[in-house]
Design a protein around this ligand. Structure first.
Ligand code: CA
Length: 221
């Protein structure tokens, strides 16, 4: 899962961004004190930073320059200033992209996706955790309390999707979308078969009933 640090001093915008990112399957990390920011940010090992320009104390551009001395982590400026001079300066200081407030949500998400794609895979660990369950994405295994089971590619995708939406109801259509790739056609029946196998494997590691069925709506962890 990609983690995205939000550096924004207006609580309403910060919380709105965090919720938006969480709903998209990202892990948002909000910075709420602005004195030791570069260190705080890099300690989180983020995959991307959304950086406000107007901050208390040092502004976003100075911060960007500080971060760039220590790390190549992608940075997108999110700001209410919109002069092209500011934009140019932000990008020359090492920002990867620039978006103005009030931002258009689909545009912001598309920029985030593009910057993350250019940067390659998640910088952090490839491990997802929900309750007792630990999912190792590159190893393709699910573990709980010392027991481990190997998953197929589809089982892994289903579980990763559910885990990055833990607590939410995920529809069958969402899962079919998450499973879809250009080579293999995924239908409703394929999903059912995979779900049954996945639940049996989770039961083997002591997690029976881990994936709940929400009748008429989908699934939920
Ligand atoms: Ca601000």
């Amino acid at each position: 899962m990609y983690s995205i640090v939000i550096v924004e001093d207006e609580p309403a915008i910060r919380e709105e961004l965090a919720l938006l990112l969480e709903n998209q399957g990202y892990r948002p990390i909000c910075i709420t004190s602005f004195d030791t920011v570069p260190r705080q940010i890099l300690d989180q090992k983020p995959d991307l930073i959304l950086l406000d320009l107007g901050l208390p104390g040092r502004d976003g551009m100075a911060l960007c320059a500080d971060i760039r001395r220590l790390s190549r982590v992608p940075i997108i400026f999110v700001t209410s200033r919109d002069s092209s001079a500011d934009e140019l300066r932000a990008l020359s200081l090492g920002g990867d992209d620039y978006i103005t407030k009030p931002y258009n949500i689909p545009v912001l998400l598309a920029r985030i996706k593009a910057v993350l794609r250019r940067a390659g895979g998640p910088a952090e660990s490839d491990v997802l955790e929900t309750g007792k369950l630990v999912l190792h994405l590159t190893r393709g295994t699910a573990s709980a309390e010392g027991r481990s089971v190997e998953l197929t590619r589809n089982e892994l995708k289903i579980l990763a999707y559910l885990m990055s939406h833990a607590g939410q109801i995920v529809s069958r259509a969402d899962l079919i979308d998450a499973l879809w790739d250009s080579q293999i056609y995924i239908d409703d029946n394929t999903l059912s078969v995979n779900m049954t196998r996945l639940r049996a494997k989770l039961e083997d590691i002591g997690l029976s009933g881990f994936i709940k069925t929400r009748r008429g709506m989908g699934y939920q962890l």
